[in-house]
Design a protein around this ligand. Sequence first.
Ligand code: ADP
Length: 183
Amino acid sequence: MRIVFIGPPGAGKGTQSVLLTELLDIPHLSTGNMLREAVEHRTTVGRLAAEFMQSGRLVPDPFVVQIVGERLQQPDCEGGCLFDGFPRTLGQARSLDEYLTAAGTPLDAALELRVDEELLVNRLLGRGREDDSIDTIRRRFRDYVTMTTPLLDYYQSTGLLRTIDGSGTTNEVFKRIREAIGK
Ligand code: ADP
């Protein structure tokens, strides 16, 4: 299966990604990790991406699309993959669709892990990390909503969006994800 996984910071997407990639036996494609690796290895894309990442801006679509396209050609992606942190823009979503459709392996689902802002604030404050102040959490959440709303509308319009209730225990959430993808 080819799945796009969308969720706000702190919603448990990391934990659920591990469970899901193990269940489906597919690689976990995190563009954040892939870009950091490219920067570290000073590849062409890495050198171009570095300044954007350092200033906390999105890396321009063509670079991100190129790095994902290269990764998708690796043999371990033949049976599917989980996209995490990608697509982040409508342009990326459209490019991904074009790429996968041309390859005859379209996306199966876009999973949205939905967590209410108040629940997220309570969960993250409970974690007690220093960068988890209420203001920071709320700002990150609002940025996430602004950034992902167009993507959610897009996947709604293509019929791929599955919204998962992210409240409750890890197992409860994972069960909902399995139901949503029929596994
Ligand atoms: P975070 O959740 O802190 O944004 P990520 O690891 O997902 O962390 O991404 C780190 C950085 O890599 C981002 O701030 C951005 O500069 C870049 N990046 C990652 N994924 C994308 C993407 N799909 N499009 C553009 N830039 C991206």
